[in-house]
Design a protein around this ligand. Sequence first.
Ligand code: ZN
Ligand code: ZN
Length: 368
Amino acid sequence: MRTISRPFGQFGSRQQTLRASLEKDRLDWLLLTNATNIYYLTGFRGTAGVALIGQGGGVLWVDPRYTLQASEEARGVEVREERKGLALAAARWVSKHGKGRVGYEDSNLSVRSFEGFREMVGRGVRLVPSRGLVEELRVVKGEEEVAAISAAGKITADAFQEVLPEIRPGARESDLAAELEYRMRRKGAEGAAFEIIVASGARGAFPHARASGKLLEKCDLVIFDLGAIISGYAADMTRTLYLGKPGSRVRSLYKAVLGAQQRGLQALQEGVRVAGEVDAATRASLRRRGLARYFIHSTGHGVGLDIHESPRLGHGEKSLIKDGSVVTVEPGVYLEGLGGIRIEDTVHVTSAGVEILTPASKSDWILA
Ligand code: ZN
Ligand code: ZN
């Protein structure tokens, strides 16, 4: 079964952009094995497929489970069904039609598949690691992409606000996580972008604690880290609440983290575009309060089809936060015995400044 689709809308223009990058890197074809990159470039959302895109066109190989789906979804590539090894089918195709330099996704292709591919294409074809070429294209988001992340962010914030009344001493962390996911799905999310974190009391000192069977207790700090998916695009948001009337220590810690987050957002707003400088802004803000050593991770990361993508807003990071990218700003402090405080928003960065896409309150953090 063969179907030929014509380049179409956003997928067609992404393939054009890719072809320009391939030309710059003197590549004739790019072998795509990363399912997320294949979705980004062709619209095919199956989890198994191999594609080749080059100046001469594009081909997508799928196994029989996906033939029909690929024929309906994929744009700008010829869909071919293959029963015996997708990468090998692509290699056979290259040995027949392709010459010159073929890029491959070195951060995704297994050594075994690479060796099989190399053997099959034979001499005359030079295989070149692509070094995240498609991931680089994905950094700057188009209008449809920002709309999807924004919708995901709104659902995330709405679900959180709705569950607020259930967040009280005696509630189980894992029940709250389940409730949040249920609400996000009921509001139209395809699912949770990652396993929802609900970490209360001392457990909050582990930045990536999973929701456990622990019951929330009075005077617990509770970290909620969640995000919905819409059309494959994720949002990422963290809020921290306090159950009871906080003492001056907890109050000043919360104020410090909120201040650090605002410093990070302000840096972006003022046009700081070097990733490491945004990280430095949040870190300096915590340092002034003597809390820098409790901030044990990066300030943020890009968000899109993957929950963690380029750029990384980390210490000394030289990469640029391009206008049109979507990133998180999420400073936190983690104190053994006391717990953790993290505040995270997903934001769209443009030449006009930053727009917050996860609009849940950060000032209503005390549930007395
Ligand atoms: Zn998060
Ligand atoms: Zn995050």
